[in-house]
Design a protein around this ligand. Structure first.
Ligand SMILES: C[S@@+](CC[C@H](N)C(=O)[O-])C[C@H]1O[C@@H](n2cnc3c(N)ncnc32)[C@H](O)[C@@H]1O
Length: 341
């Protein structure tokens, strides 16, 4: 961890700022060994070989222990075997990874977070697209997977930082990164809605989020092709997480790539819910605005009254909104005035 990057980290439990405890081992501005302290909750996170470990016993219970154990076994052979994941669908690994990274729309000076970065096959492509003004943060729950990533990126010339943490509580302040990638990670999150929320939180408005996971789409579920994939790994049948997409997502695209059995979501981060121009007057018989139609609803009337109202409204030449608004307001004001006299 670079000392001057400390301000961009936050405690994954409390969200508070972190302090660097005294006497860390610092080489060329980087903390090699040290301790980060979350003062209010008296929690310590250890930095070893330049990598911070943010995993807490609570997260271990919530699923981190399983993922860490599973990937510590896989880590040794991951790079040897990962090409199979692409060849199974007659795809070229480098081509797929580059196409996904294209969606990040990177500029050389961008600060990029890769979540579930693993051994770094995407990390090295991202690094090749950045310059010294930018930076790449590699986050993974498994220190074993990340150790291969560190070795792979050892000689890159851009700033890199390695963080052991869960995607479901990302230890960075809000709106820090320009872009975020997560390939083949979300299917392992212990709390998927929270992980997707966290990924949007740490990216600044205007920045891109791209994530991908295995998934047999609905239209291939009944094919032999789809059934063979699901039989091999039930994760292929997990739902597409559309309902967990954060409200900040704008211009979201989802496509299926890699044999049509891996979805890729990409979206631009916005601020809060989308904002509409909902006071815009809508011409025509009904009239009113999106807001009056939503906020101005009163009560239903009998169907005979409704028919009469439609007949009368047509004769006035006004929109239903204008006619109703005028007569109800007039009548209401008359009653209020009389009672308050
Ligand atoms: C299939 S590997 C993908 C690695 C890499 N993205 C790639 O494309 O080769 C899944 C990775 O997700 C990581 N992972 C699993 N659960 C995680 C979590 N909750 N937070 C962050 N990373 C997680 C694993 O440790 C593993 O490195």
């Amino acid at each position: 961890m670079r000392v001057d990057n400390l301000i961009h980290y936050r405690c994954p439990i409390s969200g508070d700022k972190l302090e660097l405890e005294q006497s860390p081992a610092i080489v060329a501005g980087k903390v090699i060994e040290g301790v980060l302290l979350s003062k209010n909750i008296e929690k310590k996170y250890f930095i070893k070989d330049g990598c911070i470990d943010f995993i807490t016993p609570e997260q271990e219970i919530k699923g981190a222990a399983f993922a860490r154990k599973y990937y510590s076994v896989i880590a040794k052979t991951y790079d040897e075997n990962v090409h199979i994941t692409f060849e199974l669908y007659n795809e070229n690994e480098s081509n797929i990874r580059n196409r996904m990274i294209d969606l990040l729309e990177l500029k050389p000076n961008y600060k990029v977070l890769e979540v579930s970065a693993g051994t770094g096959k995407d990390s090295e492509i991202i690094a090749s697209r950045l310059n010294k003004e930018g930076g790449l943060w590699l986050l993974d729950i498994s220190p074993d997977m990340l150790s291969y990533n560190m070795a792979r990126l050892e000689n890159v010339e851009i700033p890199t930082e390695f963080v052991v943490a869960s995607a479901c509580s990302i230890p960075f302040v809000d709106n820090y990164f320009d872009a975020l990638l997560c390939f083949a990670g979300v299917g392992h999150f212990s709390d998927l809605p929270m992980g997707l929320k966290e990924m949007a939180r740490v990216v600044k408005p205007g920045g891109k989020v791209v994530f991908s996971e295995k998934n047999v789409p609905e239209w291939l579920r009944d094919t032999e092709y789809g059934k063979i994939c699901i039989n091999n790994n039930p994760m292929f049948a997990d739902p597409v997480p559309l309902k967990h997409i954060p409200v900040e997502a704008r211009n979201l695209c989802v496509r299926w790539i890699m044999g049509n059995v891996h979805y890729v979501f990409d979206y631009t981060v916005g601020v809060g819910e989308p904002k509409g121009n909902f006071d815009l007057e809508i011409p025509g018989e009904r009239g009113g605005t999106f807001n009056t139609r939503y906020f101005g609803k009163l009560e239903g009337v009998t169907s005979e009254t409704k028919q009469k109202a439609i007949e009368a409204q047509k004769l006035t030449g006004k929109s239903m909104h204008k006619w109703l608004d005028e007569i109800i307001r007039k009548e209401a004001e008359k009653i209020i005035k009389k009672v308050n006299k």
